[in-house]
Design a protein around this ligand. Structure first.
Ligand SMILES: [Zn+2]
Length: 247
């Protein structure tokens, strides 16, 4: 998590995020541009120091209140049976489900095992479901992650790879940051630099609004340690390109 506000002013197109608020007014054009750039200000999710001063129940109550206000402002009739439960539903979904990965208390514990089989080659888990939310528009980013590592003598359960991906997905995200956060966590847990992460994803903020491109996907990658060597990287990319076993 970000410790202070210093990294939020990295220039994008030569301007800073503070330009958005210049003279106390929002610069709508610049806000759109920064959102569409999908630039990120920091590898750590930008969090306030008091992020967990409120407990989950209070957060749900407050978000419910504010979301009701958003619906009111849009002119929706909250006495309608279909709509009246929405503010609380959205609040619970934000706190308990789709943004629960903001809280480090929800990070999956990863138990390391000795690599008893002496398997010292690459291990790749392909096609891990990615479902996260663009932090610029709060709409889904949906795709697949491929994560690989070469054991340093320790291994973790396969499903832990899924859980680590899932944990970092449960935050408002940009794909570049998500990729690096997963890679860093794998390096930390597996005690090795030999880690690779590739994410191929569709951004609903690109397909359902703005440019409305239904077909484009975005690929991001992080290669470190032995994966920086051309031969290892090519081996990984060959495996990723192979069709998966259909079961
Ligand atoms: Zn977006």
């Amino acid at each position: 998590m970000k410790q202070n506000g210093t990294s939020s002013n990295i220039p994008s197109n030569g301007r800073t995020f503070t330009d958005i608020h210049k003279n106390g007014h929002y610069n709508d054009e610049l806000v759109d541009e920064l959102g569409d750039d999908h630039g990120t200000s920091s590898i750590d999710t930008p969090m306030r120091d008091d992020a967990f001063a409120l407990d989950d129940d209070l957060k749900i109550d407050l978000i419910e209140e504010h979301f009701r206000e958003i619906m009111n402002i849009l002119g929706l009739d909250l006495t309608d049976d279909s709509l009246k439960g929405s503010p609380r539903r959205v609040a619970k979904m934000y706190v308990k489900e789709i943004f629960s990965g903001l809280n480090p208390a929800n990070k999956p514990a990863s138990t390391l095992f000795d690599n008893k089989f002496q398997y010292n080659e690459m291990l790749l888990e392909k096609d891990i479901t990615v479902q996260t939310y663009c932090e610029h528009h709060f709409v889904p980013i949906i795709g697949r992650a491929h994560v690989a590592y070469i054991s340093s003598g320790k291994v973790i359960g396969l499903s832990k790879l899924n859980r680590i991906v899932e944990y970092f997905c449960k935050r408002p995200q940009v794909q570049e940051r998500l990729t690096v956060q997963i890679a860093n966590e794998l390096k930390r847990v597996l005690e090795t630099e030999d880690v690779a992460v590739i994410i191929d994803a569709k951004h609903l903020c690109v397909s359902t609004r703005g440019i409305r491109d239904l077909n484009s996907t975005t690929i991001t990658s992080s290669y470190s340690g032995k994966f920086e060597q051309e031969a290892t990287r090519q081996e990984l990319l060959r495996y990723v390109a192979q069709p998966s076993v259909g079961l």
